[in-house]
Design a protein around this ligand. Structure first.
Ligand code: KG4
Ligand code: ZN
Length: 351
């Protein structure tokens, strides 16, 4: 079974083809990625210091068909070979989501093939199954993207229990907003992290919000305020101390993500951790998690680095795993082309 996946929830247009073995013997085999193509709008949004939703939608319109042609050609398949068209139904920017949903439903209707709306975070969550070292269920998942920071207990496809989440800013937002304060541009995470390499993580004492409150929730809004206060205090010295401030900010974010993940592992008794979402590309976070998990006998799984941020492969993969698991209402691709989107859509609502 051939599944075309389309991602257009934010500032990346991604299209991919995944193949699912319909009757695997004797054991279920993971779906295989045949091809994927990505266009990042980062350069376009950089001039504005962040994503401009209307520009994002217009650019998705420009990119999605050429990218689809590219993945079909690379996999040497024709449109008639497609069995299911999957698209990101939410959460994300409404206009941007409508582009992927519209194209997917139009294609499905034209080919008379079913369509399947996928949850963007489920895409991130299942993206490590595309790696050379895929996890096994059950596991604890640390989902850290630009808009979400969540710890989940994952017992299978569609079996997600929210353990804790941010009560204000996401970890990615903390990176982005702190980077903006330091004049590092957009997206802030990679820029801040690069600068942090030359700095001293202990140079500034920044807060670790909710670190010792006993539950698995996060809060990063106070950290951003602390970075702003510190930057103001430094005044003219900011330029010279920027790397130290970047390193201290990164250390504070990583510290909280690390400690809360370890608590989630301890509380659930699980010995497997999956890290997904854009912030999962952070080198410092990976190093700290790897070291701590090794000490505790916990296996850590990540998506391939280039599949940490948004892409079509994770959407096609999530659709394929949904179809393979056959679980719940989200596991059916339908011949319904009245496309809908869900800009706000809690992952725990999936069943
Ligand atoms: O998952 P993603 O591509 O998009 C959303 O679904 O939100 O995540 C984007 C976020 C941005 O906040 C970006 O700054 C952050 O991931 N990010 C990083 C790194 N690469 C991307 N944060 C820290 N270090 C990185 N290397
Ligand atoms: Zn994402």
């Amino acid at each position: 079974m051939l599944i075309l996946g389309i991602e257009s929830s934010c500032d990346e247009t991604g299209v991919a083809l995944v193949e699912l073995d319909a009757h695997p013997e004797p054991q279920p085999v993971l779906p295989r990625l045949l091809s994927h193509a990505l266009y990042s709008q980062i350069a376009m949004h950089q001039a504005y210091g962040g994503v401009v939703p209307e520009l994002a939608s217009r650019d998705h319109i420009r990119r999605v068909i050429p990218l689809a042609r590219e993945v079909m050609a690379e996999a040497q398949k024709s449109l008639q070979d497609i069995d299911v068209v999957a698209y990101t139904r939410g959460p994300g920017l409404a206009g941007a989501l409508l582009v992927g949903a519209g194209v997917a439903c139009a294609l499905g209707a034209a080919l008379q093939k079913p369509v399947l709306g996928v949850h963007h975070l489920e895409g991130h969550l299942l993206s490590p199954f595309l790696s050379a070292d895929p996890p096994e269920f059950p596991f604890v998942a640390l989902l850290v993207s630009g808009g979400h920071t969540q710890l989940m207990r994952v017992d299978g496809v569609g079996r997600y229990e929210l353990l804790g989440e941010t009560i204000d800013d996401a970890a990615g937002e903390a990176f982005d907003k702190s980077a903006k304060l330091m004049g590092l541009g957009y997206p802030g995470g990679p820029a801040l992290s690069k600068l942090a390499e030359q700095g001293d993580p202990a140079a500034f004492k920044l807060p670790r919000p909710l670190l010792h409150n006993g539950n698995l929730d996060f809060s990063f809004a106070g950290l951003k305020t602390a970075v702003m206060t510190q930057a103001k205090k430094l005044g003219d010295d900011l330029e010279a101390r920027k790397a130290d401030l970047a390193a201290s900010t990164e250390a504070a974010i990583v510290d909280v993500l690390l400690k809360k993940s370890l608590t989630a592992l301890r509380e659930t008794g699980l010995k497997r951790l999956v890290v997904a979402g854009g912030v999962g590309a952070n080198r410092h976070l990976r190093e700290q998690l790897n070291a701590a998990c090794k000490r505790q006998g916990v296996r850590v799984h990540y998506p391939e680095l280039h599949l940490c941020t948004d892409n079509g492969a994770m959407i096609a993969m999530a659709a394929a795993m949904r179809l393979q698991s056959g679980s719940g209402g989200q596991a059916q691709a339908l011949h319904h082309y009245g496309f809908d989107i869900r800009p706000r859509w809690p992952l725990a609502e999936l069943g």
